[in-house]
Design a protein around this ligand. Sequence first.
Ligand SMILES: [Cu+2]
Length: 172
Amino acid sequence: MPRPYSVVLAVMLASACGGSSDGSDAGSGTDASPSAADATAATGLDATAEPGLDASLEAADAGGNSGCAAAFAGCADYLDATGPSADRTVSFTCCQYTPKCLKIAVGQSVTFSGPFGFHPVKQACGSTPVIASTSSGSSASFVFGTPGEFGFFCPLHGSADGTGMAGSILVE
Ligand SMILES: [Cu+2]
């Protein structure tokens, strides 16, 4: 049966040739040095499009102090939920959190309750990342083990600077 063998050999030779030519053209990613003008333009665009969200969360991830701005989300008076039997649930609908400003004690948890699919929650500020970004389900609880203020917001109806659909948890 000479014909099937010759066909197989031809296929193997063809694929071998293809493989060797593909492998000789690596390292095309060396042209990644934009001009100073490009870098400036890109930075300006990023700052306009994303008002500090990524930067603040990255600082939090790195363990840096990214405390919340004064009166984040307009919070000055916080609902005191530090009592052992207090309700520490933040409910949300469109487009607000209730309560918006909540005070708890170190070690207590807060439960967010509502349609995360329509109102994802993100932490906006705080000394450590506690409020995990959540975009599905209807209930999520987070334990606050560090004192400080922890701002949060819905990226669809609020922003990381505390305007719109946003709130704050004060941990004492
Ligand atoms: Cu929302």
